[in-house]
Design a protein around this ligand. Sequence first.
Ligand SMILES: NC(=O)c1ccc[n+]([C@@H]2O[C@H](COP(=O)([O-])OP(=O)(O)OC[C@H]3O[C@@H](n4cnc5c(N)ncnc54)[C@H](OP(=O)(O)O)[C@@H]3O)[C@@H](O)[C@H]2O)c1
Length: 288
Amino acid sequence: MTTTTRPAEASGQFAIGGDLTVNRLGYGTMQLTGEGVWGDPRDPEEAVRVLRRAVELGVNFIDTADSYGPFVAELLIKKALRPYADDLVIATKAGFTRQGPGIWTPVGRPEYLRQQVELSLRHLGVERIDLLQLHRIDPAVPVADQVGELALMQREGKIRHIGLSEVSVEDVEEAGRSATIVSVQNLYNLAHRDAEPLLEYSEANGIAFIPWFPLATGKLAAEGGPLAAAAKEHGATPSQLALAWLLRRSPVMLPIPGTSTVAHLEDNVAAATVQLTDAEFDALTRGV
Ligand SMILES: NC(=O)c1ccc[n+]([C@@H]2O[C@H](COP(=O)([O-])OP(=O)(O)OC[C@H]3O[C@@H](n4cnc5c(N)ncnc54)[C@H](OP(=O)(O)O)[C@@H]3O)[C@@H](O)[C@H]2O)c1
C-alpha cells in the first residue's frame, strides 16, 4: 500500500504513551450523531461508510466519547469496524453526563467514571480501552479521586493509557501525581491558540496533543473563509490547509477532524499529503 491509497500515513507517526503508534492524522466521531450530539445520525449508513473509509485511507486513530449520542458513536464504531484491525487505536472519554441536545454536565465521581468505562468496554466491544480521556475535570470532585479511579482501572487491565481533556498545564501536573498522563485534548486550531502553553508542555514531555475543533467546526473549512485565498494559491482546499498547518506546527499534534460525510473525510485525510513551504507556514501562523 502506498500513501496514495492510505494518505493518512503521510501525516507521520506518533507513539501514544510510547507504545501505541498511530498515523498522526486521525478522525473524530462527534459529527456522527444527531443534532446537538444527541441521538442517532440523520444517515446511519453514511456514518458507517465514513468510519470504514477512514480506516481504508490509513486512519488508525479514532476519537470518540461515551457522551456522543450518548453511546451512539461508540456503537457505530463497533458496528462499522469490529473485528478491529490490529493497529487501530480507539480513544474514548468519560466524565460528561447528558440531559439533552447540546447539554453537557461534568460528573467525575469515581463510581460514575467506573460505570462509564465499563459501558464503553461493552459498547466498543473491547477488553481494554486503548486511551481513556477524562472528558472534563469535575470541579466538585478532587482530581486525585477522578484520575485515581482511572489509574485503578488501568491496573485492573481495563484501560491501557489515560489522557485528559480541556485542561491547563497545572491540571496535567496535578493529575500526573495520580497517573501517567499520555495525552491532552484541548480546543486548538489556526484561529484559536489559547492552548499554546499546553502544547509546548506536551512537546517537552512527549505527551500527545489532540486539538479539538481543528476546523473551527467547519468555519476554517468554508470556501469563503479565512483560508480560501491561500488554499487556492496552494491548490488545496481550506480544510486541508488548516490541517496541514496543525500537522506542521508540532510533531506531537494529532488532529481529529470530524465529519459526517465520506466526501469531506476524503478531503480532510488528503491534508496529510499537503506540504506547506516555510513561507506558507509562517504566513498562516501570522495571518489567521
Ligand atoms: N474534548 C472535547 O471536549 C471535544 C469537544 C469537541 C470535539 N471533540 C472531538 O474533536 C473532533 C473534531 O471536532 P468537531 O468535529 O466538532 O469540529 P471540526 O473537526 O473542527 O469541524 C467539523 C465541522 O466541519 C465540517 N467539515 C469537516 N470537514 C469539512 C470539509 N472538508 N469541508 C467543509 N466542511 C467540513 C463538518 O461538517 P460535515 O459533517 O458536513 O462535514 C462539521 O460541521 C470531534 O469529532 C470530537 O471527536 C472533542
